[in-house]
Write a protein of this length. Sequence first.
Length: 270
Amino acid sequence: MIDNDIERLIDTDTIKLFKDGVLTDVDASVVNECHFAIFLNDTYYSDNSRKKAFVDAMNGKCLIFTDTLPQYLKELAIGYCYCNADFEPEDISQVMMADADEESSVAIVFVDDLLVQSKGPKVDHHLAYNTNKNQNIAIQPDKLIEEMKLFSTRSELNRRTGAVHGAEIFDGNSVIRFIEDISNSNAIYKAIGFSLLYGIDMSGCILLTSGKITKENVRACFLSGCHVLVSYSPPTRQAIEYAMEKDVTLICFGRNDTFKVYCGYERIMI
């Protein structure tokens, strides 16, 4: 199911459209999703037992079991592990990807067994990638507004299906990577995983996304070393409080040449 070909991510179904009191047949583009599970150091699932892996995954015997767009799965595995387990990128020796069946994929993330036994959930002050962060990154409003307009046009998949969120790494002048997913949080994890996989310093970047901002999203942004999170959608109260605590500039409702700054306004160049 790992595929970056947009045509293979979309099916066309004939559905009924109700309009003016009449039901008529119309074609609708529908996005595909896949089941995805992440395991740590479990070579048992690497050969002929992948379907059993999904039985175990649904019973809670994995790091994460989620539904996702079947692309950038390795990035999702790395981003999720980095943000939710006490591993640095250099602790991960290998990420093995495999299809369990036509609708399911598995990632097995290999780290030192001692690390798995001795380390627990990632705590916010233990950050190899966040020690040299550029907290004084300057945000140019005109460039940000221009990029937010372009951001809304980047997804051909969303234009055709209306079913995906986007996450983008923007360095203030150019787009480093734009990534989509049916889940806003997974899109953010994929973007962060991409930055870790390819050695991108997030401290000088802005992370843009399309969905509502939760505390989990702000935390992932902060853990990546990025201190500017921008969205078209609103944040939760807990997201605002966490952003204030961690000195993350939180910008939402970026639409129609305006945006709202919930905290960290000092980084805005006026």
